[in-house]
Design a protein around this ligand. Structure first.
Ligand SMILES: Nc1ncnc2c1ncn2[C@@H]1O[C@H](COP(=O)(O)OP(=O)(O)OP(=O)(O)O)[C@@H](O)[C@H]1O
Ligand SMILES: [Mg+2]
Length: 322
């Protein structure tokens, strides 16, 4: 990627499209934006876009993750410190709010701001000025705020873990980025995008069974997980990505899906005894796995987590060998 070019946000989802359509307007406004979404959905990518589409694009874009940082360090990071404020403060240091002046500050994992720092953060945001740790004068800054959270901040407010006034200050414009499982239509375009990025010119294809498994998977790590899977595929797959090239977590996710469908089918057949219900389930599972694997027995056995010989025995039991 050339420096200064915007990394693309790839999507085919209507919901994502309408979010993207709003971005230029959001970017042009000065309102604080709170990006909400699970890990890996693209919050940082969105924050980047908002800054680069905004009138502040030539100013600094300063990011800080508020998770896992000790309180005293966090305060001096955000607000700066004066010389001698604490034993290791041999020199005065500007805080990130000052450094981001004229640009945007991105507070990632904002739900992790410790209670002791929350009132200071609120005061800084309200007044657009900070007092450095150990300082006596206030220093004005001019910074646009974008923050991100993985958890529902509203619930934290209700449980008394997050100050309501700070929540409303951050939350002026909330943007909810949906998880990948709620936009399965994005899986194939994102995969294509990342395969091309990691193996340009190789034209790696994904066969239909692998594509079906990928779109059924729930992607708990969202786009980041998909990106990493794509990267691995470019390293290990041949000309075509097949079901057996997929990582175990994706293949293991399959029986649950197959099982759920099989249960629904057998429940529909009323008045089955216990043994009949179990047989119905087993037979349906075998049939569905075979169908999903387009008749390929070793693939179907693998999806069900059975050895090929056990799988064959079971096919025999139900007269499904042909
Ligand atoms: N729609 C998309 N198109 C292209 N790349 C994307 C898209 N969404 C996310 N990515 C990429 O996926 C990766 C993860 O995205 P990002 O870091 O923005 O997620 P995040 O929501 O900030 O995650 P976390 O909460 O774990 O910090 C990045 O490499 C990002 O560029
Ligand atoms: Mg992030």
């Amino acid at each position: 990627m050339k420096p200064g070019t915007l990394p693309v946000i790839v999507t085919r989802s209507e919901r994502m499209r309408s979010l993207l359509d709003q971005l230029p307007v959001l970017a042009a406004s000065e309102g604080s934006i709170l990006l909400l979404g699970e890990t890996g959905v693209g919050k940082e990518l969105f924050a980047d876009h908002i800054h680069r589409l905004s009138p502040r694009r030539d100013g600094p874009f300063v990011k800080i993750s508020l998770s896992a940082m000790p309180h005293d360090l966090l305060e001096s990071e955000l607000f700066g410190h004066e010389r001698g404020a604490f034993t290791t403060a041999v020199q005065a240091k500007k805080g990130l709010f000052e450094l981001a002046s004229g640009g945007t500050i991105f507070l990632d994992d904002v739900d992790d701001v410790p209670p002791a720092v929350q009132p200071k953060l609120l005061r800084a945001l309200e007044a657009q000025e900070v007092m450095r740790v150990g300082g006596t004068v206030t220093i004005p800054f001019n910074t646009r705020l974008v923050s991100a959270a993985k958890v529902d901040l509203k619930q934290l407010v209700e449980r008394g873990l997050f100050r309501a006034d700070l929540y409303y200050r951050l939350h002026v414009v909330p943007v909810r980025i949906p998880p990948l499982r709620e936009r399965p239509e994005d899986v194939s375009v994102l995969l294509e995008h990342f395969l091309l990025r990691y193996a340009p010119g190789r034209e790696l294809r994904v066969n239909s069974q692998a594509a079906a498994a990928l779109s059924r998977y729930s992607w708990p790590g969202n786009v980041r997980e998909l990106r990493n899977v794509a990267h691995r595929l470019t390293l290990f797959a041949g000309k075509e990505v097949r079901l057996e090239d997929l990582p175990p977590e994706i293949l293991e996710g399959q029986p649950a899906e197959v099982l759920a469908r099989a249960c629904v089918r057998c429940i529909a057949e009323k008045n089955l005894s216990f043994n009949q219900a179990i047989d119905c389930l087993e037979e349906t599972l075998l049939k569905e796995a075979l169908r999903d694997a387009a008749g390929n027995r070793s693939q179907a056995a693998r999806v069900l987590g059975l050895s090929l010989s056990t799988f064959r025995d079971k096919l025999k039991k139900y007269g499904l060998e042909s």
